[in-house]
Write a protein that binds this ligand. Sequence first.
Ligand SMILES: [Zn+2]
Length: 412
Amino acid sequence: MYVDFPDAPATDTTEPYAAHLAPSAAWMRTAGYGRLRLSVTSLHRWIRMPADSTSYGFARGLTFEAHEKYVRDAIAAADPYTDFSRYDMVYIVPTRTAAAIPFSPTYLYDPATSGVAADGTRLKWAVTFGQDMWRWGHKVVAHETGHTFGLPDLYSFTGPTHQYAGGWDIMGDIAGAAPQFLGWHSWKLGWTRDRQVAGLAGRGHRTVRLTPVERPGGTKIAVLRTGETTAYVAESRRPVRNDRSACSTGVLIYRIDSATPTGEGPVRVMSANPSTTPPAGCTQLDLAAFQPGQTFTDPDTGVRIAVRAGGPAGMWSGSAAPEEDSDLRGSPGRSRAARPPRSARPGGRGPEQAVGVIGGPDSFWEHLPFVRSRPTTKQPPQHLTAPFRAEIAQKKPSLFGEYDTRRFFVCW
Ligand SMILES: [Zn+2]
């Protein structure tokens, strides 16, 4: 839907706005291996907001309440023209003349409040675009929609902006050189299946043939769990499809910590080339991919990941941590149901190295629009793993404890 304001009336038609953002649907369909279909319906008329564009507080740092009021005002003003019960989420696009709406935050409802409702439906998710949509291009839709799916920001809210993830994953940089979603994210969203994830069930060694995350099929990620909320992930990146402008290719290795909040480095890319000067258009971490012959080691956890061969698919070889590693002796989380718990396994003294699959609360899945649209995934969510639990805790403050929702729910 398209909005203008008493102090910023529209002077053009809505069609160019729709055309500017429209390629995002195809981009996301490619990113999701065809498993995501973003179906957007435009309400082609200008919806006049009840208050001036300068009244919503975008200029001085947007609060959750002010942002929600913006969404509520837009929904109320558009209500006579559409049936909101037909939609999972709302995209609100302002007229170009509204300079006071400069950026594009995502609204995620706060389950502790009554929120925004129309046509008997609670509007739980909205992206409110700003003038930066013209600078970012259509991929701003993918980034912000990623937030409505529960993905965090991978760039840094403080310090060097791209110190954690460079231009990998669109949640790291909308304009990044390799914006394909990380395999970890793809797994969380169900685009990558459990059988496409390789792990280690204990101490040991395993060689995995990875297929590029830009394409469907094959083994997408190798995961070495290192703690209750942490793991190392390896995946193959190739300069094709959504990553055709990638600055480096090979095996991307990153550490995830699902207990780390959005914007503080929940994903940290390990660099194979930390001292190489990046060419123009690339950040230092854009050169992070490991090549055959290169090895990543983490002395703290004993994790060792060696790239054995390249070629069309890339190879990964991981070694689990040595038994004396103390970090791995923490409670490993619930393991895959089909596998006996560690204590029940004969001789099972090592930590659970593979990422175990756990069941999650249904209420979390109702939190996500794409799941609500696909009720079959409300069965025990097979791609929910133990490291996600801390992340869930952050997102459901009313059910899982205290969290600063005002900060988390306004993200851009
Ligand atoms: Zn964001």
